[in-house]
Structures are given as C-alpha cells and as structure tokens.
Design a protein around this ligand. Sequence first.
Ligand code: PBG
Ligand code: ZN
Length: 326
Amino acid sequence: MSYPNVRLRRLRQSSKIRELLEEVRLSPKDLICPIFVQEDLKSKLEGNSMPGFERLPPKDVVDEVNSIANLKIPAIMVFGIPSHKDDGGTSAFAQDGVVQKAISEIRKNLGNEIAIMSDVCLCQYTSSGHCGLVKGDKIDNDSSLDVLAKTAVSQARAGADVVSPSAMMDGQVKAIRTALDDSGFTDVAIMSHSAKHRSSLYSPFKDMAHSAPQFGDRKTYQLPYTNPKEAMREVETDIAEGVDIVMIKPALAYLDLIAMTRRRFNVPISAYSVSGEYALVKAAAMQGWIDEKEVTLELLTAIKRAGADMIVTYFSKIAAKALGEK
Ligand code: PBG
Ligand code: ZN
C-alpha cells in the first residue's frame, strides 16, 4: 500500500469525534412545515394517503402553528382548501379567504415567532382543478398571471412574509414581483416553485387538497422529468425575474437538479419533499419494515447534502422532534 498511515476509520472511533467531523448537519432550522387549512372543516382530519398528517379547521390553526414554532421550526407554508370553487378561482384572492384569514390570525396571535409562507396557486380554487384559468380547452397563461398576482398581494396584505407561486405559469415571478411592489409590499419575498416537475408523487396532496384536475393533466405547464437543461432554464428565468428563493420539486428523485442548481447559481435553494415521498416512507414504516425516524433524518440530510438550504417537508415535526432527542 502506498499510504500505509492513512486510516480513515481513525476518525470514526468515538461518537464525539464523529460529531465533530459531521460535514452536513440537519437542523429544525432547515425545515418549512406545510399546513392545510380547510374552510368548512369542524375538526382535524387525517389525509387518506398521508397518515399522521392532518387537514386543519380554521379554529385550530393558531394552536397547530404554535406547536410547530415550539419545535424551533422557523417557517410554515400555508395551503388552503376553500368551500367555494369557480371558473375564475376567485376564492384564491378574497381578502376573507381561508388562507388570508389563517395568515392574519397567525400573525395576530404569534407575531414574528414563525415566518409565514403561503402557496400561490389556483388549483384548489378553480372548478377545473387546474393551476391556471381555462380558456377553451387550454390553460391560459397571461390571464392566470393577473389572478396569481392578486392572490399574492392579498396574502401579503394578510401578513405573509413570503409568497410561493406553484402554478408554473411563464412570467409568474415577474407578475407577482411587480404587483407586490406596486402595492407597497417591497419587503415580501418570493419563493417560486421554479423547477416543479409533473410528478406522480403528488397524488396524496391532490387527495388532501381537493385539487386534482377535472380534465387532462398538468403536462402543459409542469416540467417533464426527462429534461434537466429545461429545469435549469426555469431556474435561470425565475432569477432574472427577481425571485428571492428558487425551489426544486420533488426532492428525493431530483437530487441531481438540486446539486446542479447549487453549482450554477448563487441563490438560496429550497427543495420540496412532496406528499408521495412522505407516503412512501410512512407506508413502509407502518409495516415495521423501516425505522421512520432514522430514515427520515437520512433522507432529509441527503437533500441538504445535495445543496438545498431549506426543505419543505411533511416530516418537519417528526424530524424536529427526532433532532431534539439526539
Ligand atoms: C399545486 C400543488 C401540488 C403540490 C403543491 N402544489 C400538486 C400538483 O401540482 O398537482 C404537490 C405537493 C405535494 O405533493 O406535496 N399547485
Ligand atoms: Zn396548482
């Protein structure tokens, strides 16, 4: 052997030395916890395909967010499920809409104890279940931008710190930035779902959020998972439009794209570990086939190792508790 003194195991002999040598550290501070608020719900309701993750009635939101903040998780991402859907997605931007009310209640009761991020999309609000407005048999880009911009402004007005467009309409960051600035919300940041792929890992979410498309699919707006160069163009375009944080979505099957974004762009990167990723782990854990906590920490650390600065995950509370026990 040409390097007789090299013994990599030397630094693995004591748990304290191992701790010291950790190159990537997962912390509750890396996590963004999604919450689903359903307007007409009277009590918490577990998702069919997301065991352990519940939709909240409006009255329970503040308590739940408080318990998230107590776990030292710095941010939530609010999704709404409105009672009323229509062609124009009008409940998305109503100032007394389910998300807007939830945001202002959280702000009023918890102040700046937690950062409030909110999803900006139309699919829960349109009768079609599409992320943009339908014209004929198509999803119309530019008329959707107006509604997305109005939605973002209404959420900013309610008290959101960060708005997070997930509709994958071209120009959504620019439209939202312009509208926010025109309304005086120059300090409200945009975390865009920049490289959001058309993924079959979203099914549990669509069931939870009642947002499945009523015809067709999302292939005319979401990215194909075969096209990494196109994904980088989406990221590049969002940066040019003034995005504050880009997102790669889903996370686990797209670690290469997180790493590629990290190498190419000097911008904060979030990764969205989606509902299907949660369901895969949960299902195996519920069978007793894997250790839920350990697998969760391993997978979230891998997302960070790939280059993500923050992770939107349904495992936020489970991971933050597990990290607290370490
Ligand atoms: C819709 C939206 C989806 C998700 C977040 N926002 C579903 C979709 O695009 O069909 C999926 C998130 C998840 O699966 O956790 N704008
Ligand atoms: Zn959508």
